[in-house]
Design a protein around this ligand. Structure first.
Ligand code: ATP
Length: 354
């Protein structure tokens, strides 16, 4: 198994190293062959070495690996000439057709959560919607005709709605069998109406799943009040981005929020959080989000290739992270005292336990 490893910016190198360590440990504990890691550049270091935050050499190398782990990028801090382009993460998602972004949020024993019973998954459409930097074939859907006027185009297509709806219904079928379609069709009846209606059409193929729909503003309020009511939510790109930060915080911290970007053929582990530049380099970042994202990646690979060692490795990572929290070990964002590396050592030790 060859996996790409992209550090990115800010806390990226710290959390990517921490994810790699637990993956190596878990794969070994599960009896799998060692991962062949392929380190690749993105972000500030790529600008220094290649004058490009996402060099072609990185993209070409990604063609040759099974999947990859992506650290966060801090594109808002890039030199002006590199800031206008599509953000690196978006460019990668677009190039490899990673149309689904699966973002679970769950509470852990030992971690104080605003929503202690939260256990949901946000299935975010990842290729179009209101993400104007990547919803066009060429150019950007965001533009500025005059100095004082800025505009953006949202795109919703039947094909993208169908494939994300299937993804969400499959997931709901394997969980508590409840799916909420999140939209804003009351003010955007054509775009969001299409999204909602196509999701309902796909529902006919999954009669065992109970489906409802909500306006995104109602969902935001309901998440704060009763997050435990939700099982799987399927939504548009920008809504999914915002709601998953909220869900992550409700579960204890954004530093817990894992995510997988995928299609039927490609997958990328990427935490929900960003580069957190204010804590970068201090060994304080919570690595759990990327470790749990990497577990999702192992599960995706294990399912695709019918490799039980990878499925077992994924389970080991998830259990070890949960057991570490249960033992009262956590990083500062969760009120704990552990550094990034101490937390990771504790997870690695627990990966071997049955
Ligand atoms: P992006 O738009 O790229 O997602 P952002 O502007 O939403 O980035 P983040 O970098 O995610 O911002 O940071 C938001 C807050 O959460 C900051 O206070 C940051 O320090 C904190 N944070 C984010 N990730 C972590 C983490 N892994 N561990 C600890 N704190 C984190």
């Amino acid at each position: 198994m060859r996996l790409g490893l992209i550090d990115g910016d800010g806390i990226g190198p710290e959390v990517v190293r921490a994810a790699r360590q637990v993956v190596d440990e878990a794969v070994s504990a599960a009896g799998g062959a060692p991962i062949d890691w392929v380190p690749l550049l993105m972000g500030h270091r790529a600008i220094e070495e290649h004058s490009d935050p996402l060099p072609e050499s990185t993209l070409t190398a990604l063609d040759g690996v099974d999947a990859w782990i992506l650290g966060p990028h801090d594109n808002a801090a890039y030199p002006a000439e590199h800031r206008t382009a599509v953000a690196p993460g978006g460019a990668i998602r677009k190039r490899f057709g990673l149309y689904a972004n699966i973002r679970p949020a769950r509470a852990f024993t030992g971690i104080r959560a605003t929503a202690p019973k939260i256990d949901l998954v946000i299935v975010r459409e990842n290729s179009e919607g209101f993400y104007a930097d990547r919803n066009m074939f060429a150019g950007s859907g965001e533009f500025r005709p005059t100095e004082d006027v800025a505009m953006m185009v949202g795109v919703v297509t039947r094909q993208a709605c169908e494939r994300i709806a299937h993804e969400a219904f499959r997931l709901a079928s394997a969980r508590r069998k409840r799916l909420t379609i999140v939209h804003k069709a009351n003010v955007l009846p054509m775009t969001m109406g299409l999204f909602r209606d196509v999701c309902y059409e796909i529902a006919h193929a999954y009669p065992g799943v109970e489906v409802t729909d909500e306006h995104v503003d109602a969902t935001a309020a309901h998440l704060v009040r009763a997050a435990a009511d939700y099982d799987v939510l399927v939504t548009e790109n920008l809504f999914g981005d915002i709601l998953s930060d909220l869900a992550g915080e409700l579960s204890g911290s954004l530093g817990l929020a894992a995510s997988l970007n995928c299609s039927a053929t490609h997958a990328m582990a990427q935490a929900v959080h960003g580069a957190a530049p204010t804590i970068a380099g201090h060994n304080r970042a919570n690595p759990a989000a990327l470790q749990l994202s990497s577990a999702m990646l192992l599960r995706w690979l294990g399912t695709r290739d019918s490799k039980s060692t990878l499925l077992h490795a994924a389970e080991r990572v998830e259990r070890a992270v949960a057991a570490t929290f249960e033992a009262g070990i956590a990083t500062a964002d969760l009120g704990g005292l552990a550094s990034t590396s101490e937390f990771t050592e504790q997870v690695c030790a627990r990966v071997h336990r049955r």
